[in-house]
Design a protein. Structure first.
Length: 169
């Protein structure tokens, strides 16, 4: 599904969902197979929008709907981000069920950990601001829903503190 696709840093895209699965297995202790499968495919509709039919065929409509719920509308519609899309995306994420929210927060955590590979200082600044303004409050509000979300909240907070303490040139 991710074959031939690369991330902003030039790394093979598959490394990103595999890193999230590793994070789940080693740091959060998530072992539910379906959650791991959602984590593996969480960006499939963003990276390869035409993969939806294949996902429905092999994993069912309910599974594909879960991925649609985790994908920004402008990505699903294959159009550039427009006015209001950022706000709609935040509302969409805030409404996710706990398992999907856990995957989204893990996605954010891995992206933050991977910021060092980005040469774009503005991107780093934007990620940290969105963490402070949206993702940390969202994780804080959700941490009582499950031990996994509580652990994710702690990891996101620690990552924020680590980045705040870094000295940038």
């Amino acid at each position: 599904m991710y074959d031939g696709h690369t991330r902003d840093q030039g790394t093979p895209y598959l490394e990103h969902p595999l890193a999230i699965i590793t994070l789940f297995a080693t740091e959060i202790r998530v072992s539910q197979v379906e959650t791991l499968l959602v984590a593996l495919l969480h960006d499939a509709l963003e990276v390869v929008p035409e993969s939806e039919a294949l996902l429905v065929q092999h994993l069912g409509g309910r599974f594909a709907d879960r991925l649609r719920g985790m994908t920004a509308d402008h990505r699903l519609e294959q159009r550039p981000k427009g006015a209001g899309d950022a706000t709609r995306w935040r509302f969409k994420q805030a409404a996710l069920p706990p398992e999907e929210l856990l995957v989204r927060l893990a996605d954010r955590l891995h992206n933050l950990r991977d910021l060092a590979a980005s040469l774009d200082v503005d991107r780093r600044r934007w990620f940290l601001q969105s963490l402070r303004d949206f993702y940390l409050p969202l994780a804080d509000a959700a941490r009582g829903l499950s031990p996994h979300l509580a652990a994710m909240h702690a990891l996101l907070h620690a990552e924020y503190v680590r980045h705040q303490q870094e000295v940038r040139p």
